[in-house]
Design a protein. Structure first.
Lengths: 266, 176
């Protein structure tokens, strides 16, 4: 009972402060979790594991067949590898380049070529004003993927990004890794796309576009939105059909290798 | 409200705050340790989950490889122990003080990542939680609650000590 007089002064300020803080914490806690839970629920309902690995992209794609080309193949390695890693990426995002240069390159050497991991690139050009040429880069990459030259062009786009981000001359970069004949095949696909209204500020390419490549990019973006991709790079890993929650941001290779080894041992 | 009523309310709020903090830590530890996807609970699956958490810690781009692994593999068990300690209510002053220091550190890290616009997952309560302004607000609120519980715990302890010592008891002399 001797406690009250001493507590009186402290509690006068303490109790209302505590109530207010608890209320703020509860609001902040609930708001994002409800939103995330809703989005996650949509993802699971709309996107089965197979769809995210490219099945739906191939089924629904009906591009204008300039050269009777099929859908783009942006996968690297053995498609039946136990681990499938899909990376949603924007060619002009610095973290994506960092991720490619310092992690994915090593993964391709150590895991993809040995058939342990199947790496799939997914285009997710962000609607950011500074990313002026991200749609064009995605188009060049997609066009190259349709003639089976994705790996070379993908690497060239990332490695030389500082060079082409200034003037948008992506063709020069692509030309440096393709034969003249292949370059012509890629140019033919990209040509109808390049003089269109800048697409980087739109969430998706315009309807009725003469650029058939945009349909494929939109399909990647639809897959990304179902994940949901909120930033790039975002990676979705599937191990023997078991989809792991998506990760985001740059991860160094030794730490990623540690995870892949742990996953492979399951 | 009477003085007795206020004191009672204070104790109730302190109790609720302590339980809330304990639940937060237990949930955080569970979120990091739980098996990924449809894996089953096992030591191996827990290690894989911690390896996944290591990727999230690494994405903050603050620590070396050994630092990342230290945080990733020791933080979740520490959170579990801290949650149980808070739940027990034993020496609340110290458990809440450690909680506040930990929340302060985590809040600083999350705020830094947000200011730098790092496109990463928070990793606070498991994978797939994008770091947004809501994450910063939430972590800041939890820090504030933790601070309030710590202050309350110290206040209560300070008031309690003189009451437990009978009047006229000689002060014990130091041996040295």
């Amino acid at each position: 009972m001797t406690l009250f007089p001493r507590l009186r002064s402290g509690l006068g300020a303490f109790i209302p402060a505590m109530c207010t803080l608890a209320l703020v914490a509860a609001i902040a806690w609930l708001a994002p979790r409800n939103a995330a839970g809703h989005a996650q629920g949509q993802t699971q309902a709309a996107t089965p594991a197979k769809a995210i690995s490219g099945g739906s992209a191939k089924k629904s794609a009906k591009p204008v067949a300039e050269e009777k080309l099929g859908p783009p193949n942006k996968g690297l390695g053995n498609p039946s590898a136990p681990i499938v890693m899909e990376v949603f990426s924007d060619y002009m995002c610095p973290q994506c380049r960092n991720f490619y240069m310092n992690s994915l390159t090593y993964m391709m050497q150590d895991y993809v070529t040995l058939g342990k991991v199947y790496l799939v690139h997914r285009d997710f050009p962000l609607p950011i004003a500074q990313h002026k040429y991200n749609w064009d880069a995605a188009r060049w990459g997609t066009a190259a993927a349709r003639i089976g030259k994705f790996e070379e062009v993908d690497r060239a786009l990332y490695v030389n990004e500082p060079a082409w981000e200034a003037d948008g001359d992506i063709q020069r970069i692509v030309a440096s890794v393709l034969s003249p004949a292949d370059l012509k095949r890629v140019q033919k696909q990209v040509a109808p796309c390049l003089n269109q209204t800048p697409a980087n500020l739109r969430p998706t390419a315009p309807a009725g576009s003469s650029c058939s490549l945009d349909a494929f990019i939109n399909q990647d973006m639809a897959l990304g939105k179902a994940v949901p991709v909120q930033a790039t790079p975002t990676y979705v890993i599937t191990n023997k059909g078991n989809r792991i929650p998506a990760g985001s941001g740059y991860v160094s290779w030794p730490i990623m290798k540690q995870f892949l080894d742990s996953l492979a041992s399951q | 409200m009477s003085q007795e009523g206020r004191a009672k309310l204070g104790r109730i709020l302190l109790f609720l705050g302590r339980i809330a903090l304990a639940v937060i830590f237990l949930a955080a530890a569970y979120g990091k340790l739980k098996p990924l996807g449809n894996m089953h609970w096992s030591v191996a699956s827990a290690k894989t989950s911690l390896a996944m958490f290591a990727m999230q810690v690494d994405s903050y781009q603050m620590l070396s490889q050994s630092g990342v692994n230290f945080v990733a593999f020791y933080l979740p068990p520490f959170e579990l122990l801290l949650g149980l300690w808070l739940l027990s209510g034993i020496t609340l002053r110290f458990s809440s003080l450690i909680t506040t220091l930990l929340f302060g550190g985590l809040f600083g890290v999350v705020a830094r990542a947000y200011i730098l616009r790092l496109p990463i997952n928070c990793g606070c309560f498991g994978p797939s939680e994008q770091l947004t302004i809501w994450t910063v607000i939430r972590d800041g609120s939890m820090l504030a609650v933790s601070l309030a519980v710590t202050v309350g715990a110290f206040l209560v302890a300070r008031k309690r000590i003189p009451a437990e010592v009978p009047v006229g008891t000689p002060t014990p002399q130091r041996a040295d």
